[in-house]
Design a protein around this ligand. Structure first.
Ligand SMILES: [Zn+2]
Ligand SMILES: [Zn+2]
Length: 644
């Protein structure tokens, strides 16, 4: 008898050893068609591998990252097989699955370079091979056999990889005439892959080192259904239109300058307006939740980061240190705000009655990112966190978590992120020596997070083993308008820094105790958040946030003066208004201003000037008719109030 336990703790018994695919089939035929990989006792396996002992089993479909990974990794092999057939003698580096799709690093024979048009031929070959439904078979061989195999293939890239493996069995996967060194897992056969698109070619150094030869990296994406590829390509088109770098330019929000340096965004007036608006919004909420605002410098003595452990962790090469020759002091750009806040906590004695202490700062930090990794506002070298640290007693953790969740709810609602889930990362109980802090505190903290989420009715997934060594955490993943997932908002418990900084408070028992620290940043960083927000809204920000809320369009120069009068009136109510007084036709003015995504356009001509009215157009809603200036101001103020 083989006893199989499922994630929901249900158990099924089978008379003899069987594969993951057979387990799926025993549940339902439709599941058997959907399933792509299986986790057996925590290890991911091929669906066709026989399970011959009692095990806990999780079946993965396309909806799980594990399912997609097996699918895309198998697709990388399929692409390699196609390339080998078209260009015999090609050498293969590594070919992993990535967030969307897969790539393979290859070295074509005779120094041949691939062009975009060659991709079509490879795609065609892949389709042909996929339709052959070739079984993908795992084989375990000795290291010597593996070396022999890839020596025959004359593939010194793979030989280099094999030589680094420990002696013992090595797995290879075969399909048709193609064999690849691989850990797996893979799909049962190539026929699962129904839709194929090779997306791009790039250069990549072998093993990421500039000292090595340059290989060709071919990227692709595949799907189990043709329709899904169509949807994906449409989404890509839409994503291109919403690219925050493009919209940022059109709306004049931010720019980069080579003279200033890579990955260092410059916020233009409208972008700065947007950012300040976000900061004000958050400050107001935080005030309601009794946070205190602090300000700390952009650099710190390296000694501070030696205490915090950041110096050791990030390495001294990651951040430029600044030495003052006269005094011989060594400083570092601030990679984190936490150490500074710990020192603020220590600036006076704290009693149990003073806790929790909630310290907030829009703190700019600097982290080195390789230039190839930089991307618009999402990957930068200097960014501002909406950071806060809460120092509390262990018994206050749950309440504090609930309050932070409330703040995150308010933000998501005001910014129209309606689709999100939360992930709770807990410790790996079998390796408890990895973690700092007492077992009792960990139990309490994990329980507090789970209960807080529960009481807030939050949809969560629990990931054992994903916690940092210094504490469990809660992460929010939002889905944007295009269905893409972004990680925003983290709430992290920390037992490490209070210990390293010797933080304490005097308890009711008159003894010294260590507070628990919570790091939290609902936006993450303002830079990345603005990027996500631009792509989510396509630059059509909620009215309260729009850098410019109203644009006045006089029909001709004759009415510029009246427009100015309307603007002055709206200014009294702090409604952010501009006038387009260019000598252009009204149709042209409307088109140009649509690109700027200003929520309200007010058209003014003779009739409006005579009756103290404006003709109102709302972006996305068209004509709203004529109203008096006062009516308009009241309407817009009500809308803003409603949104926050
Ligand atoms: Zn592989
Ligand atoms: Zn922190």
């Amino acid at each position: 008898m083989i006893k199989i336990t499922f994630p929901d703790k249900s158990v099924r018994e089978f008379p003899e050893p069987l594969t993951g695919l057979e387990i799926a089939r025993s549940i339902s035929n439709s599941l058997a068609k959907e399933v792509l990989a299986v986790t057996v006792d925590g290890k991911i396996w091929d669906l066709t591998r026989t399970i011959s002992h009692d095990a806990s089993v999780k079946l993965h479909t396309w909806d799980d990252p594990e399912g997609k990974e097996a699918f895309w990794h198998s697709s990388a092999h399929l692409m390699a097989e196609a390339i080998e057939q078209i260009y015999p003698g090609t050498k293969f580096g590594i070919g992993p699955s990535i967030e969307t799709g897969f790539y393979y690093d290859i070295d074509l024979p005779g120094g041949r370079q691939l062009a975009e048009k060659d991709l079509q031929q490879i795609e065609k070959k892949m389709v042909e091979l996929a339709r052959q439904n070739n079984a993908i078979v795992r084989r375990e061989i000795s290291k010597a056999e593996a070396l022999e195999l890839f020596t025959q293939k004359n593939d010194e890239l793979k030989l280099e990889l094999i030589n680094e493996l420990e002696d013992g069995t090595i797995s290879v996967y075969e399909q048709g005439n193609f064999t690849d060194l691989c850990r797996g897992p893979h799909l049962p056969h190539t026929g699962y892959i129904k839709a194929i698109k090779l997306t791009s070619i790039a250069g990549a150094y072998w093993r990421g080192s500039e000292n090595n030869r340059m290989l060709t990296r071919v990227y692709g994406v595949t799907f189990p259904k043709q329709k899904m590829l169509g949807e994906y390509l449409t989404m890509l088109e839409e994503a291109k239109k919403r690219d925050h770098r493009k919209i940022g330019r059109e709306m004049e929000l931010f720019t980069f300058s080579e003279a200033v340096g890579q990955g260092l965004p410059l916020w233009l007036p409208k972008g700065a307006q947007l950012r300040m608006q976000l900061e004000e919004f958050l400050k107001k909420i935080q005030k309601r939740y009794n946070y205190e605002q602090v300000i700390t410098p952009h650099i710190g003595d390296v000694k501070l980061y030696k205490i915090s452990g950041h110096y050791e962790k990030y390495g001294k090469d990651s951040f430029h240190t600044i030495t003052t020759p006269a005094e011989g002091e060594e400083y570092m750009l601030k990679p984190m705000n936490c150490p500074h806040h710990c020192e603020i906590y220590k600036s006076k004695p704290r009693s149990y009655k003073d806790l929790p202490v909630r310290m907030a700062e829009f703190g700019t930090v600097y982290r080195y990112e390789q230039s190839g990794e930089l991307h618009g506002l999402t990957r930068v070298r200097g960014f501002t966190q909406d950071d806060a640290h809460i120092f509390c007693r262990p018994d206050q953790l749950k309440d504090e978590f609930k309050k932070v969740i409330d703040i995150i709810f308010i933000i998501f609602k005001a910014l129209h992120f309606d689709d999100y889930i939360a992930q709770i990362s807990l410790r790996d109980k079998e390796n408890s020596e990895k973690y700092i802090g007492t077992v009792e505190n960990w139990n309490k903290a994990e329980q507090a997070i789970i209960e807080a989420c529960d009481e807030k009715g939050l949809k969560t997934t629990i990931e054992p083993g994903e916690a940092a060594f210094y504490g469990p955490k809660l992460d929010f993943m939002v889905r944007d308008a295009l269905g893409r997932s972004w990680q925003l908002g983290t709430i992290q418990v920390d037992y490490n820094l209070p210990e390293r900084f010797n933080l304490e408070y005097i308890g009711a028992d008159d003894n010294r105790h260590q507070p628990v620290m919570i790091h939290r940043a609902p936006f993450g960083s303002l830079e990345r958040f603005v990027a996500v927000l631009i792509e989510h809204t396509a630059g059509k920000f909620p009215l309260w946030l729009a850098p410019e809320q109203v644009v006045l369009l006089p029909i001709s120069e004759k009415y510029n003066e009246y427009a100015q009068k309307v603007l002055n009136f709206l200014n009294i109510y702090d409604i952010r208004t501009i006038i387009d007084d260019r000598n252009e036709k009204i149709g042209r003015k409307i088109r140009d201003n649509e690109l700027k995504r200003i929520p309200y356009m007010l058209i003014v001509g003779e009739q409006e000037a005579e009756s103290d009215t404006v003709s109102v157009r709302r972006q996305g809603h068209g004509d709203k008719g004529v109203m008096t200036i006062k009516e308009f101001a009241e309407m817009i103020l009500a809308e803003i109030k409603d949104q926050q």
